[in-house]
Ligand binder design. Structure first.
Ligand code: 4AD
Ligand code: MG
Length: 453
């Protein structure tokens, strides 16, 4: 059994192959049947030619297994019509096995264009659209390159817990973990009958909003660490940039006492992803190629840096009418982020040194009122990364929550300067795949009011 991806990468013409896949389209002619078969491993489908007698029960969407010889067929060049049709691979099938019929008359995935809202209402099936499948493959390539880059630079991949007793970001937007007592008196009750729930073994617990605090403990033992995990935020916002469950790459590095190495790391990390996508671009959607590759290529140009003060001044000097007037001391709104990235030439922009009053307790001060922190803003998507140096002396952590004694404790036993950042995977995928909504960048999106399967 061989995957189509490998056939297209390295076609062995005349070899007899067995291929499994789903029928993307089927044309039943007088003597033969033409099928476009796709197996999910790449965007391309392979033409399969079958003797007519073999096509019983085969319809659009059914799963089949075919065996036959791989051929390379010359196709007519029709310059007048502007068709550039080179040789085409084709499987001349001798044997077909119907693995799973498709109830195509009721199949919710139609061949005509379908709206994103409609597709989101059938999340278990929308993955079969070529666009979703393509974004999922792109997402996998991005994750693979992020990991490869960090592994090569001696960052150790690690696994901090997802159930925590603290709210890292201090925004109060956490999901609580409770234990349901399903069994009582030896009988199993219906969930609706259950009035009482108890906390996580008698202690309040949350799903993590960020693994950073535990990652710091790991960095103070292992030096350079990273993790790729889900993070959970109980935000009500129904924007195209927010999910209640999203994935984050977080890293932490010991023995750094300035922001520069972190900014450099973030920039080279994402540029490396762009380079890798360009190297393997033939794997991604043909029709969209220029549309995507231009974006990846432009990421390789130099990025821009601004401190928060300068960003606010720039906006205040502009003649633009704002919904939210840019004011020193307030957080940047989405419209500010968009405007700033546009102003610096439609490129990624680091904004550094935000006022400490806006930022979580753990960030180290750069000056008395500012934090040694940064956000990386991308055009269209907004914030893709947030990071900082961390407070490394116990006395700096007087305002830390009570539950974080263990975190303060780290500072009295061989504490070292350190810092790190968190990169939102769906936001990066959204930019690189040119999918404006992060819900199209994760297989089963969870947002306020959306939990279909
Ligand atoms: O800026 P945030 O909240 O930073 C942290 O959680 C730090 N503790 C990370 C660290 O330093 N280790 O989140 C980091 C990134 C954001 O820049 C954004 O890309 C993404 O996570 N993000 C979201 N993505 C989708 N939906 C949401 N609701 C998100 N909230 C944050
Ligand atoms: Mg942030």
């Amino acid at each position: 059994m061989i995957l189509l991806k490998n056939i297209f990468l390295n076609p062995k013409v005349n070899e007899v192959l067995q291929i499994n896949g789903w029928i993307r389209s089927i044309r039943k002619m007088k003597n033969v049947t033409f099928i476009m078969l796709n197996d999910g491993s790449c965007y391309k489908s392979l033409q399969v030619v079958l003797p007519k007698c073999q096509n019983d029960g085969l319809t659009y969407g059914s799963a089949i297994s075919v065996k036959g010889a791989l051929k390379c067929r010359d196709r007519v060049q029709n310059q007048d019509l502007g068709h550039k049709r080179g040789p085409q691979l084709e499987l001349q099938a001798e044997l077909v096995n119907l693995l799973g019929e498709n109830n195509w008359k009721n199949y919710p995935i139609q061949k005509k264009p379908m709206s994103e809202d409609y597709l989101r209402s059938i999340p278990h099936l929308r993955l079969r659209t070529s666009t979703m499948a393509q974004t999922m493959r792109l997402r996998a390539s991005i994750l693979r390159e992020l990991r490869r880059f960090l592994d090569e630079r001696d960052f150790i991949e690690t696994n901090p817990p997802l159930i925590t007793s603290s709210d890292c970001e201090g925004a109060g937007e956490t999901f609580q973990v409770i234990k349901k007592n399903i069994k009582r008196n030896g009988t199993t009750k219906q969930e609706d009958d259950l009035p009482s729930t108890i906390e996580f073994f008698n202690r309040p617990a949350h799903l993590t909003v960020s693994t950073q605090l535990h990652l710091e403990a790991l960095a103070l033992a292992l030096n350079r660490v990273y993790t790729v995990t889900p993070a959970f935020r109980a935000e009500e916002s129904k924007t195209s940039r927010h999910l209640a469950e999203f994935w984050m790459l977080e890293l932490e590095q010991s023995f750094i006492d300035e922001l520069d190495p972190l900014l450099h790391l973030a920039e080279t990390l994402i540029k490396s992803v762009a380079r890798q996508l360009l190297r393997t671009k033939h794997m991604y959607m043909e029709s969209k190629e220029g549309y995507l590759t231009d974006r990846w290529q432009s990421l390789l140009n130099p990025w821009h840096r601004l401190c928060y003060d300068d960003a606010i001044h720039m906006m205040q000097r502009s003649s633009r009418c704002w919904n939210f007037e840019p004011k020193w001391g307030t957080d940047l709104q989405s419209e500010h982020e968009q405007w700033l990235t546009h102003e610096v030439g439609n490129k990624p922009l680091f904004v550094t040194d935000y006022p400490s009053a806006q930022k979580p307790f753990y960030m180290k001060d750069s000056t008395p009122k500012k934090s040694a922190c940064f956000d990386l803003l991308f055009p269209e998507v907004g914030e893709v990364i947030g990071g900082s140096l961390r407070k490394d002396a116990k006395q700096e952590l007087a305002s830390a929550p009570k539950a974080l004694e263990w975190y303060k404790d780290l500072r009295q036993y061989g504490s070292a300067p350190h810092g790190g950042f968190g990169l939102g995977i769906e936001r990066l995928v959204s930019y690189l795949a040119r999918e404006p909504n992060v819900r199209e960048c994760i297989p089963f999106p969870r947002t306020a009011g959306m939990l279909l399967c």
